[in-house]
Design a protein around this ligand. Structure first.
Ligand code: NAD
Length: 488
């Protein structure tokens, strides 16, 4: 299948069954839109049940071949993927901006971040740990090794079309597992382009065909249910919303599949009385506005000590108002569109209902007239407790500011959420910073720092934000089973 004319260069539009790019067996396709214009930019293969099953057949064969490839060689192949991806960074960034909307500079950042997972796990592929010891009774020896869990289904969201898949594919391959990747239907193009990189690198290194298949579909629920009932599939790794995560965990029960769930978040951002306000405002802007607020780690609830809330809010509002909405490929755009009209309308409803309940709009507050699905950078104050905008993920450029009187109260408000992915705290004193570090409740805490994502660190949440970790030395464990060997 050839590229659509509205894409600036050729992107493979078929599904990737291992190393071959082909139409869906049914011949079906679906449309991909540019959210900044609402225009269709491509039609891609809409994989169906025979395609998913063929991908699993290929994965099972590939796993046996991959097991015979030495860790050093696997590491070299992952390093080559890192290099090939980095070389084509500009193409990846352009495709990502076109299908997802983020400004080009941010898309470039995501390519670098996503590629880094291949470099990191290339380094981990040769360090899979084990141990050996004498039993305390002295009657025998114990050897603990790790083996690949087996074929993996990786389901990813639209907000980071490359990075969310990279941090599943890289550790899975490093551990010895083949992967079936189901990209979000809103943003399949980045992964389809990535399939070309894999085909080139795998071809060059004579890696097994079928090690990675990329199988976009509009029937994710049905096909994943079917595939998860096949005993040959051993693991599901999912990044996406909490309700879908719960559904997948339920579905995993019959086959007792290993699961990793990177789910939603509703991050608090606590500014203590003694915070450096320049740093705190910079941090809040980064933590909220990275990816236009469409990030699971996005700071939605800014909690500020009452003595500095006025100063902080006026600086925040000045920075929020300076964003320029526009097509991500357009020079000077710093805020792209929301992914779909439906998501944009959901954000508008959250804001409207907070305002009806008494919240004050300090800046923004409205959807921007089309084309495209833009929403104004928005700051709300005086939001009454319990409003949906405080308890649900916003996933857009909307921030709420709430004052508190003591740091303990700030932390209590921060922890008043069912989610637990990321939390941020700013304080210049040792006491304040350590109080925040110890008492904020989340899988990832940033203290006087808002940029927390790092391929070398374990990314993941607690509570309704899920379980499992991606990145770090922990990330590869998600794809390994433990094997204990007892010997005399
Ligand atoms: P989503 O849950 O609607 O979809 C995620 C993926 O799951 C998509 O590929 C979708 O097609 C697929 N899917 C949907 N229903 C399914 C089903 N029943 N069975 C199998 N697959 C199904 O989420 P989204 O709107 O694409 O992404 C936004 C969500 O992702 C937010 O909640 C965000 O917080 C979360 N997210 C989490 C992290 C993290 O690491 N914790 C990172 C990025 C995004």
């Amino acid at each position: 299948m050839s590229s659509a004319p509205s894409l600036p260069f050729n992107v493979p539009l078929g599904l990737w069954l291992g190393l071959s790019n082909r139409p869906a067996t049914s011949g079906a396709t679906f449309e991909v839109e540019d959210p900044a214009t609402g225009r269709v930019i491509a039609r891609v293969a809409d994989a169906d049940s025979p395609d998913w099953n063929a991908a699993l057949d290929a994965a099972v064969t590939a796993q046996q071949q991959w097991a015979a490839v030495t860790p050093r060689r696997r590491s070299e192949i992952l390093t080559a993927v890192f290099a090939a991806l980095s070389e084509r960074a500009e193409q990846f960034a352009t495709v990502m901006t076109l299908e997802m909307g983020k400004p080009l500079a941010e898309a470039r950042g995501e390519v670098a971040y996503g590629a880094e997972y291949f470099r990191w796990f290339a380094e981990e592929a040769v360090r899979i740990p084990g141990r050996h010891g004498l039993s305390p009774t002295g009657l025998g020896r114990m050897t603990v090794t790790r083996t690949p869990v087996g074929p993996v289904l990786a389901i990813t969201p639209w907000n980071f079309p490359l990075a969310m898949a990279a941090r599943k594919i890289a550790p899975a391959l490093a551990a010895g597992c083949p992967v079936l990747v189901k990209p979000a239907a809103e943003t399949p193009l980045t992964m389809l382009l990535f399939g070309e990189v894999l085909a080139e690198v795998f071809g060059r290194y004579d890696a097994p065909d079928g090690l990675v298949s990329i199988i976009p579909t509009t029937r994710a629920a049905e096909l994943s249910t079917e595939l998860m009932s096949d005993p040959r599939l051993r693991k599901v790794t999912f990044t996406g919303s909490t309700p879908v995560g719960r559904q997948l965990v339920r579905q995993s029960a019959d086959g007792l599949l290993r699961t990793s769930m990177e789910l939603g978040g509703n991050a608090p951002f606590v500014v203590a009385e003694d915070a450096d306000l320049d740093k705190a405002v910079d941090g809040a802007i980064f933590a909220k506005m990275r990816n236009g607020g469409e990030a699971c780690t996005a700071a939605n609830r800014i909690l500020v000590h009452r003595s500095v809330v006025e100063d902080f809010t006026s600086r925040l509002v000045e920075r929020m108002s300076s964003y320029r909405t526009g097509h991500g490929l357009q020079e000077g755009s710093t805020l792209g569109p929301i992914i779909t009209a439906a998501q944009r309308n959901r954000i508008a409803r959250l804001v409207d209902s907070a305002v009806q309940a008494g919240a004050t709009v300090v800046t923004g507050g409205h959807a921007v007239d089309g084309p495209g699905y833009f929403f104004e950078p928005t700051v709300l104050t005086d939001v009454p407790p319990g409003q949906d905008i405080l308890t649900q993920e916003i996933f857009g450029p909307v921030i709420t500011v709430t004052p508190f009187d003591t740091l303990a109260e700030g932390v209590r408000l921060a922890n008043n959420t069912e989610f637990g992915l990321a939390a941020y705290g700013f304080s210049e004193s040792v006491e304040g910073a350590s109080f925040l570090a110890q008492n904020l409740r989340a899988g990832m805490i940033g203290i006087n720092r808002a940029a927390i994502s790092d391929p070398a660190a374990p990314f993941g949440g607690i509570g309704q934000s899920g379980f499992g970790r991606e990145g770090g030395v922990e990330g590869i464990e998600e794809y390994l089973d433990i094997k204990y060997l007892a010997t005399p």
